[in-house]
Ligand binder design. Structure first.
Ligand SMILES: Cc1cc2nc3c(=O)[nH]c(=O)nc-3n(C[C@H](O)[C@H](O)[C@H](O)COP(=O)(O)OP(=O)(O)OC[C@H]3O[C@@H](n4cnc5c(N)ncnc54)[C@H](O)[C@@H]3O)c2cc1C
Length: 376
């Protein structure tokens, strides 16, 4: 089979569907290809509510907590000025799929370029041709140049969505970090904390999280700690509704910006080096990136030039500079213990106004952080 498109998007995760949906809305003949094209997304997807509300994406959330709390110790906590959003994966995925005319449940294997476009070969031998190619295959980086340096620090998480008799958390508060570790005695290394999303008086997501470590904290240890912690808090689990386990590479590499294939989402180095997130950015940049690709394709601009313009949009100098700062911050956490992490966060979250969410936002820049500190 040999078919022609304007754009082929490889990958059907949040990034692939976000950009394929935006390209389709621009009127481009777009196909989205991935072995899991017909499968739901399993992991929790969250974002700062401030980042998704202006895009009208809050309607795809099943819960928005108006407050975010950090618990530093038994008698020390802080409620931040900011809201936290949890996506309803099914709603978001369906909304994006609605715009996409064609998906193919296949793996992409290779790509070959010529002056007019590219040919992608699928695992079943089919060949697809398009003017532009977007690689949103996550860690696989299947069609783009593999980033030179692999990530060397990992945020490992192990969580459960559980029906419980009751839990102590306020339903209005999302618990970003609960550092209480008394139940561990002196054996509190490596540093981990609880991340908790209370959905109802008897339903909550509890996740033991290691912020960044190299090598990543073993999942067995995270599981043991999570259950010890819940037992210590007298939270009785009635039923585990869902398990989540994952390693987020915290040292994402900016792709080679001179290549023809556009790296997007996790594959494109979008992961925020301080939070480990990428989905809000994939959603936010899909419209502007699709518009630029559509303009280039309609004007008959050579594919290499369209790729160059698109990378310029995705990676302006101020975002590249900020990436270096976020990365050095992330590396710092692999070297310090629990006490120092708590001290750091007490200070970090004591800065005025909107500094913390400006720094942790996907489109954070040095200028914006400075401005947020001045405009108390
Ligand atoms: C446990 C966990 C929790 C997370 N929580 C959040 C969160 O709350 N907020 C957030 O922003 N981020 C979160 N992340 C990080 C990250 O944003 C997600 O992993 C997100 O799924 C990345 O989206 P993506 O579409 O870029 O890549 P992926 O979701 O990894 O999707 C890649 C897609 O490419 C497909 N693929 C692979 N190989 C090929 C191939 N050869 N050809 C075609 N397709 C291929 C895969 O099947 C998959 O569909 C979390 C990660 C984990 C592990």
């Amino acid at each position: 089979m040999h078919k022609n498109y304007d754009v082929i998007v490889a990958g059907t995760g949040p990034a692939g569907l976000a950009i394929a949906s935006a390209l389709s809305r621009e009127g481009l003949n777009t196909v989205c290809v991935g072995p899991k094209a017909n499968q739901p997304w399993e992991d929790n997807i969250c974002a700062w509510a401030d980042e998704i509300r202006p895009l009208g994406l809050d309607k795809y959330c099943d819960k928005i907590w108006p407050k975010i709390e950090i618990i530093f110790g038994e008698n020390s906590s802080k409620v931040l000025a900011g809201a936290y959003a949890h996506f309803d994966n099914r709603k978001l995925r369906n909304a994006l799929l609605k715009d996409i005319k064609e998906t193919i449940a296949q793996e992409t294997v290779t790509v070959a370029h010529d002056s007019k476009g590219s040919t992608v070969t699928l695992k079943n031998g089919d060949k697809l041709k398009a003017i532009m190619i977007v690689d949103a295959t996550g860690h696989a980086h299947r069609l783009m140049e593999k980033p030179k340096k692999e990530a060397d620090s990992f945020q490992n998480v192990l969580g459960i969505l559980a029906r419980v008799e009751k839990h102590p958390f306020d339903l209005e508060h999302m618990i970003l970090m609960d550092f209480r570790s008394g139940f561990l005695g002196k054996k509190n290394h490596p540093p981990t904390f609880l991340y908790a999303m209370p959905f109802a008086p008897d339903l909550a997501f509890f996740e033991e999280t290691s912020l960044a470590d190299n090598p990543g904290v073993p999942f067995d240890l995270l599981k043991e700690r999570l259950h010890q912690r819940l037992e210590h808090m007298k939270i009785k689990i009635l039923k585990v509704e869902k398990n989540e386990e994952g390693a987020l590479a915290m040292n994402p590499v900016v792709p080679d910006l001179k290549q023809r294939v556009i790296g997007y989402g996790l594959a494109g180095g979008f992961v925020h080096a301080a939070t480990g997130w990428s989905v809000a950015r994939s959603l936010a940049q899909s419209g502007p990136a699709a518009r630029l690709l559509a303009e280039g394709i309609r004007a008959g601009t050579p594919p290499d030039a369209i790729a160059k313009q698109t990378y310029k949009l995705l990676w302006p100098p101020e975002i590249l500079r900020m990436r270096k700062i976020h990365k050095s911050g992330g590396e710092f956490f692999t070297k310090i213990g629990l006490k120092a992490q708590i001290q750091f966060f007490k200070l970090f979250f004591s800065f005025p106004g909107t500094m913390w969410n400006t720094y942790l936002s996907w489109n954070s820049t040095i200028m914006k952080v400075n401005r947020s500190l001045i405009s108390r």
